[in-house]
Design a protein around this ligand. Structure first.
Ligand SMILES: [Zn+2]
Ligand SMILES: [Zn+2]
Length: 449
């Protein structure tokens, strides 16, 4: 029987080969709490009562599940450790011995197999980081409206595919050519992988790179246990920011920040936020950070309007016939200086443009290709209003967001209203909800919960 046992501050790894220990060390998988100045103490045949193991493990502040995820336990010498029904044996039932150079022989992933098929639970070979890449164990992965689009219209994604582009976790291995991050670092992942050499990539605008790939669309994403990504896509996440928050920052929050930057918002300006989901929640908080004046949220789902009020915004029901009048009233008769269109309907875009004050800016963010109509003279020229496109975000936006979160200036914890396990049925139910229109704000997959 191999066991991880702890006695006081000494870790005892009984029956685990030195190669296995080295393997786990290399990947940063041994719990930090067990590291001693002298390194690990190995005793081949220590016998410690299993209750002591559990007690000591808890004293060190990590759960049995965490230990179970890292170390493997085997029967040996004909003596079972723990009864089959007890918590110890359940907690320590682990995957088979990793093959040389591999971690889990197969890892769990939720995948879109082929056009017309539904999400499926699969066991796949874990990714192997190539030069310049890091291997990340995924601790949180957001479920985004964009994923619902890919499920419905996979023509835009490369199947078969592991979706999920809002990812945070821990680096477990770095391939040659990588200085940082290193094993054990907490990171979130920028989902755009550019060629790195074209003029757009060199200018930090990889979203315009002709060879850009999106994680979770053009390459496998985060609804899995592990992912390999270029090291430069890993954004450091400080200890005070949770994996869940860091994950959702990688998409909607970053794009909301990018939209406000494109609008060149100035302190005191009013902001109309059209559509209150992940983008809207982030935009409300970010508008506050930059010192916006009135922040108005337009939506048609009553639960979302109530949530917008909770976040400190002025809610307006966009389906009401007096919407335009109510908006004018909320901006002292002027109209909004900035409108962020996250709703993406032709009607919401026209309404937002017409709701702008002279000099106002409409930023189009939602993915919707339908034309919308406006009067070039009355709606744009006469008031010198501008219509601005916002596509994704930049790595610089992500760094700025993490800085704001670490400083406590934005708090996205309340934006996460649901967590689900790494299971196809659970994720599919969230996508169904997103398509139907839900009062949930953001949902996050927790692969190891
Ligand atoms: Zn997203
Ligand atoms: Zn490029």
């Amino acid at each position: 029987m191999s066991q991880l046992l702890t006695i006081g501050k000494v870790a005892v790894l009984a029956g685990v080969s030195r190669d296995t220990i080295r393997y786990y060390e290399r990947r940063g998988l041994l719990p930090k709490a067990l590291r001693t100045p002298a390194g690990y103490r190995l005793y081949a045949d220590s016998i410690v009562h299993r209750l002591d193991v559990i007690r000591n493990a808890q004293k060190f502040g990590f759960s049995l599940g965490e230990i179970a995820g890292f170390l493997r336990v085997r029967e040996s010498g004909g003596k079972p450790c723990g009864d089959a029904s007890g918590p110890f044996s359940r907690a320590f039932r682990l995957p088979p011995e990793p093959p040389p150079g591999g971690y889990h022989p197969r890892m769990r992933a939720v995948r879109l197999p082929a056009p017309g098929e539904t999400l499926r639970d699969e066991k796949v070979a874990p990714p192997v980081p190539s030069e310049g890449e890091v291997l990340v164990e995924i601790h949180a992965a957001g479920i985004c409206h964009t994923d619902a689009h890919y499920r419905k219209d996979p023509g835009r994604a490369r199947l078969p595919l592991t979706p999920g582009h809002e990812i945070a976790g821990v680096v477990v291995e770095k391939a040659p050519g990588v200085e940082s991050p290193v094993a054990g670092d907490r990171v979130a992942l920028h989902y755009l992988v550019g060629c790195g050499t074209c003029r757009h990539c060199r200018a930090g605008a990889e979203r315009f790179c002709s060879r850009v790939e999106m994680i979770g669309k053009d390459r496998d994403g985060g609804w899995a246990e592990m992912i390999a990504v270029p090291a430069e896509n890993a954004v450091p996440v400080p200890a005070g920011v949770s994996f869940q928050e860091a994950a959702i920052m990688m998409c909607s929050s970053a794009t909301a920040l990018h939209a406000l930057r494109l609008a060149q918002i100035r302190p005191g300006e009013s902001v109309l936020i059209s559509g209150f989901g992940g983008l809207g929640v982030s935009a409300v908080q970010l508008a506050g950070v930059v010192g916006a004046g009135a922040v108005i949220v337009a939506d048609v789902v009553p639960g979302k309007l109530a949530a917008a009020r909770d976040f400190g915004a002025h809610p307006l029901d966009a389906s009401k016939p007096d919407f335009a009048d109510a908006l004018r009233a909320a901006t002292a008769g002027r109209g909004a200086d900035i409108a962020l269109d996250f709703a993406g309907t032709p009607a919401s875009r026209t309404a937002a443009l017409r709701a702008l004050a002279p000099g106002g800016r409409l930023v189009i963010v939602a993915l919707d290709a339908r034309p919308f109509s406006f009067d070039p003279y009355r709606d744009v020229l006469a008031g010198e209003r501008r219509i601005i496109g916002c596509s994704d975000h930049t790595r610089a936006d992500l760094d700025e967001l993490i800085r704001l979160a670490a400083a406590g200036r934005i708090d996205l914890s309340r934006a996460i209203t649901r967590t689900v396990p790494l299971e196809a049925a659970a994720i599919a139910a969230v996508l169904d909800d997103l398509e139907a229109g839900t009062s949930h704000l953001r949902s996050v997959v927790l692969p190891f919960s």
